[in-house]
Design a protein around this ligand. Sequence first.
Ligand SMILES: [Zn+2]
Length: 396
Amino acid sequence: MKLTRHYPALMPGCDTDAVLRRPIPVSYVAVLLLLLCFCIGCRYLKSIVGRSDPPERAPAFEEIQKIDVHAHLFEAIPRLIEMMQRNNVSIINVCNRGRDGHLETMHRIARQMYRKHSDLFPFASCFDLTRVEEPGYTNEVIAWLDGSFKDGAVMTKIWKEVGMEVRRRDGSFVLPDDPVFDPIYRFLAAHGKPLMAHVADPVDGWLPLNRESPHYGYFANNPEFHLYGKPGYPSHETLIAARDRILQQHPSLVVIGAHFGSLEHDLDEVALRLDRYPNFIVDCAARTRDLTRQPREKVRRFFIKYQDRILYGVDSTWKPFRETIPPTEQQRTAFINGLEKKYRTDYTYYAGTGSTQYDGRTVEGLALPRNVLEKFYNRNAHRIILEPARSRVEER
Ligand SMILES: [Zn+2]
């Protein structure tokens, strides 16, 4: 079988008719078809692996808007504001701890910072946990949270004190899925407010202290949360199961599992829950170093597969209201410089190619594609937290 070419003469003076009549051997067509298949195959592979070849240039640090969804910064220091603006960073200021006596002060500062710089400091509320057994508790919490949303809060947080510290009078622990919280969770779901849930701790908190653990310093310095060998405390598994039951029982409540849902030691466990619960989202706050200890390709695949479900966060804390002596200018500067360095180091890991230093170790950058970086650093936070909050305010 012979095929005929159908294009005009390419050269001036060429005999067009002769060209048109010239047959093309079938082998040429086969080679062309093979080439076409190869190209399509390459594009397909590229799309599933999410990697350009040659790798695309990482966007400059300042180019990507960064929303740190998990921060506790309770002082509007001018230098902090300058650093955030210069680096294209905003934060969600998360109020936390419902039983340390600072609930009102913390919310007042968060509100003031938000009113003055609404673009830089949206905030998340939390609620009292000292009176869970008192009559009317749930309704009071709902009224408090409603007030916080009217003031602009974009979500609510529960901290690990629920499950690890808060007890009933009989000594039993109040778990995060305790029925006392059900009306609160229903209220949040009905108002489109996500629940940021820091439930449990890294699993290392239930294991013997180990200098190799990325959490060694934390558990060595905070022995009250190192539960290894302390019978009577809920296990890591029990707490994770309680959190999972919230996801199950409140399917319209968006739950943001802080710190990869306390399953940072194994992304397969996180993936399992992301697959099972469409209302589950995770943040990476204070757990990027856990990622750097897992195989790079596995971490990269996770970020690409769940690109719509992961939020960026650092979990930096600046709470001068807790201290009796105010911080010095030097301390403020050191803190702000440290935070800027953290934003930059994280970015080099997530966006960069080749090896980089992270937490004193040499690791290889994830080189996430730009589209994935944008979702992780800002689009997911807009879609999941900030935009629903904005549209609710407009509805009022
Ligand atoms: Zn935190």
